[in-house]
Ligand binder design. Structure first.
Ligand code: ASP
Length: 344
């Protein structure tokens, strides 16, 4: 590691990178090459910053698995050159993207921090500067000359979270994200307060990064609601080539006990589709068998998503489906934490 950490800032798009053109009043993309001129405060950080911008920045509603791979490839190519990476994306799908990257980047030993903002960087009351400056500061933080953060995280409004534990919960407030089932890794106040016991520890700091790029998109999120019809569930499970379903159930993993419902799911599992049970609640966990209404799901082989978020569950499905795991082992592997995304 060089004396001064070297951070690569990757801009993919989103509100954070916008400034107001005061002549036309319109928001336009910010030129990240001129970052240090625009935000001179960054010069006070004890690090050097390089930037890489998507040629055509996207609104994060247009995020897809090809862009996931593009981000992963930038990190792969620059991994040995930089000590940490800060990735700017729109907040709308940031939990999905950062969860996916947490699975794609295996044996990580450097910080990867996603951030964005609710207001553009050029706005008078912007939250962008704090989010950006603190993300870079955390990415630079070292202990005994080693990086403190060695996992994929998301920073927003004074808190650094494990990315694959987050959900966007608010369109309005600066505190746009929550991590209900895992406490923040760092809280930013007068000092940066690291919760050292919660952090991922790499096996070795000089281990080789493995980048997993074969994601399978033949998956779907199916949210139950009282009154959902047989024809709707059947149509979804009959989607050609469907390989995985994240089934959002009620409370601690409960679903209707109607025979038609259980039979449709059972048939789909027998045909090779992996179905994961996650809760619709923002916090808490699946407890299979706690109520009669989840016993049938367990019996037919539904995967226990435990306390995983929906965003992380769909990312984990895409990732594991791409890894060609034998059918017998898939459920077992899915139910284990691979990147700290669920409690064992
Ligand atoms: N629509 C924007 C996006 O997700 C909102 C944001 O940047 O936070 O790209």
């Amino acid at each position: 590691m060089a004396n001064q950490p070297n951070i690569l800032l990757i801009y993919t798009g989103g509100t954070i990178g916008m400034i107001k053109d005061y002549e036309t009043n319109a928001l336009k993309a910010f030129n990240f090459e001129k970052l240090l001129d625009r935000i001179p405060e960054l010069r006070q950080l004890n690090c050097s910053i390089d930037t890489h911008s998507f040629e055509e920045p996207i609104d994060s509603s247009n995020m897809n698995t090809d862009y996931y791979v593009t981000i992963a490839e930038v990190i792969e190519e620059k991994y040995s050159e930089f000590d940490g990476f800060v990735i700017l994306t729109g907040s709308d799908t940031m939990s999905y993207t950062s969860s996916a990257l947490s699975f794609m980047l295996e044996d990580l030993a450097k910080p990867i921090i996603f951030t964005g903002s609710q207001l553009p960087i050029g706005h008078l009351r912007t939250d962008a500067k704090e989010n950006l400056i603190t993300s870079i500061e955390i990415a630079c933080s070292r202990k005994n000359n080693l990086p403190i953060i060695t996992e994929v995280c998301l920073y927003f409004e004074y808190k650094l979270y494990r990315a694959n534990r987050t959900t966007k919960i608010n369109t309005e407030r600066f505190e746009a994200f929550a991590s209900m089932n895992y406490p923040p890794l760092v809280e930013s106040g007068v000092h940066l307060d690291f919760n050292f016991d919660l952090l991922h520890q790499p096996k070795e700091y000089d281990q080789k990064l493995i980048v997993r790029k074969s994601l399978i998109s033949d998956v779907i999120i199916l949210k139950l609601f009282p009154g959902i019809t047989e024809k709707a569930i059947k149509a979804i499970l009959d989607i050609p080539d469907l390989k995985g379903v994240v089934l959002e159930t009620y409370g601690s993993g409960n679903a209707p006990t109607y025979p038609w419902f259980v039979k449709l799911l059972e048939k789909s599992i027998q045909n090779g589709t992996h179905i994961v049970n996650v809760t619709q609640c923002v916090g808490g966990s699946i407890i299979f068998g706690h109520y009669e209404t989840s016993i049938e799901l367990k019996r037919i082989g539904v995967i226990d998503g435990k306390d995983i978020t929906t965003e992380s569950a769909i990312a984990k499905l895409m990732y594991l489906l791409g890894e060609d795991i034998p059918k017998k082992e898939f459920k077992n592997l899915y139910e284990k934490p691979l990147r700290g995304e669920l409690d064992f």
